[in-house]
Design a protein around this ligand. Structure first.
Ligand SMILES: *Cc1c(COP(=O)(O)O)cnc(C)c1O
Length: 374
């Protein structure tokens, strides 16, 4: 009887961290303070140090971080925001909730927003002043190119770093080019809470202040409301668990993800299953390990994995502009989305969580190398 290989193994994570988590919960209970207290403050400071940004503003989710970040960047109702069609729906939902109009541009061969095409469309439409790129799969976009675009077109840039905490391009951190970035602490993320959470990251004092206000009903002082804000506070409980139990492990967990990625890259020898290419200057956070399989063989490949008790996921089976929720919502598509559509049909994500053992990784590699087209 082989045991299943899971996409995420939260029970193993609990065995590793449960004592520390319970101690963190105890500390919050003892403190008698549950909302916006010293645990949030300590966690924000510790995380800012880890990701080398000036400020972290904890909030309720990655989605809220995107909405608040765009509003803090000064996004005006009806303004266009250029982004990728291949991401979590939350990326686009954040734009719409902030009053923006999503503008979709195709991805490159790595599945990330194509920055060459982006340049092309920015040249043609000077009304596009805001960019929301996504460091998808944990792979950093070309930050040098991103910065050139930002400077040349004087753009407001919010980086969606929800999958990419700790990722770098040429030694440079994701989140360091845009005026702000968004993080998610959804449980499956590389730094995941025991529930929902997120953060806005920035070096800019006024963006930080705006987000501190927006997450707390738009208050600038107690009972003084300057903006129509949200209730999007990070709880003391989540902050304590993240700051005391999980953040101290993140470096080791990330190193394990990188080691597993190396094993996959060295081991996968199938002509039918190809790891998604990553540029050589990218030091990925390996949130996911994406491969592609010819569209007509994908169902057979998924069945092959299931029969071997190997879990998988697809990121993402339906492009954002094709989602029903956007019916009647203003958006536009620039050019065609051929490459993104191909990812939707061909992508498969393999397990890469940090508590996978080497034998389990070898089982996945063997399963892939044994796959034959029928
Ligand atoms: C998870 C995720 C989000 C949304 O984060 P939540 O905390 O679930 O709201 C946004 N963008 C990307 C790329 C994500 O992976």
């Amino acid at each position: 009887m082989t045991s299943p290989i899971l996409m995420n193994d939260f029970r193993r994570q609990w065995r590793e961290t449960g004592d520390k988590v319970l101690a963190a919960v105890g500390a919050v209970g003892e403190s008698g303070w549950y909302i916006l207290g010293k645990e949030v403050d300590l966690f924000e400071k510790a995380l800012a140090g880890y990701i080398r940004r000036r400020a972290v503003v904890g909030c309720a989710s990655g989605l809220d971080a995107i909405e608040m970040g765009l509003r803090a960047l000064g996004l005006q109702p009806g303004q266009k925001v250029l982004t990728t069609p291949l991401s979590a729906f939350a990326t686009t939902l954040g734009i719409v909730r902030a009053g923006g109009v999503p503008v979709f541009v195709d991805v490159d061969e790595s599945g990330l927003l194509d920055l060459e095409l982006t340049r092309h469309y920015l040249e043609r439409d000077p009304a596009i002043r805001v960019l929301l790129p996504v460091h998808l799969f944990g792979h950093a976009l070309d930050l040098q190119q991103l910065e050139e675009l930002k400077e040349h077109f004087e753009l407001s840039v919010l980086e969606d770093c929800c999958q990419a905490i700790g990722a770098r391009f040429s030694g440079r951190d994701v989140g360091s080019v845009g005026q702000a970035g968004a993080l998610s602490f959804y449980p499956t993320k590389n730094l995941g809470a025991l529930g929902d959470g997120g953060a806005l990251i920035t070096d800019d004092v006024s963006i930080e202040a705006a987000c501190r206000s927006l997450r707390d009903y738009g208050q600038t002082a107690k009972y003084v409301h300057e903006h129509l804000g949200l209730n999007s506070r990070l709880d003391e409980l989540h902050a304590a668990v993240l700051g005391r139990a999980f953040l101290p492990k993140l470096e080791v967990w990330s190193a394990r993800r990188r080691a597993i990625a190396k094993l996959y890259l060295a081991g996968i020898r199938s002509p039918l299953v190809r790891p998604v290419p990553v540029a050589s200057k990218v030091d990925s956070a390996w949130h996911l390990f994406p491969v592609t399989v010819a569209a007509e063989a994908r169902d057979a490949f998924l069945l092959h994995l299931s029969e071997r008790q190997i879990q998988y996921a697809i990121h993402y089976p339906r492009l954002i502009p094709n989602q029903g929720a956007l019916r009647g919502v203003p958006f536009s598509v620039l050019g065609d989305l051929t490459r993104a559509q191909r990812f939707a049909l061909e992508e498969v994500s393999l397990p890469i969580h940090p508590s996978l053992g080497d034998e389990e990784v070898a089982r996945v590699v063997d399963a892939i190398n044994e796959f034959r087209a029928s």
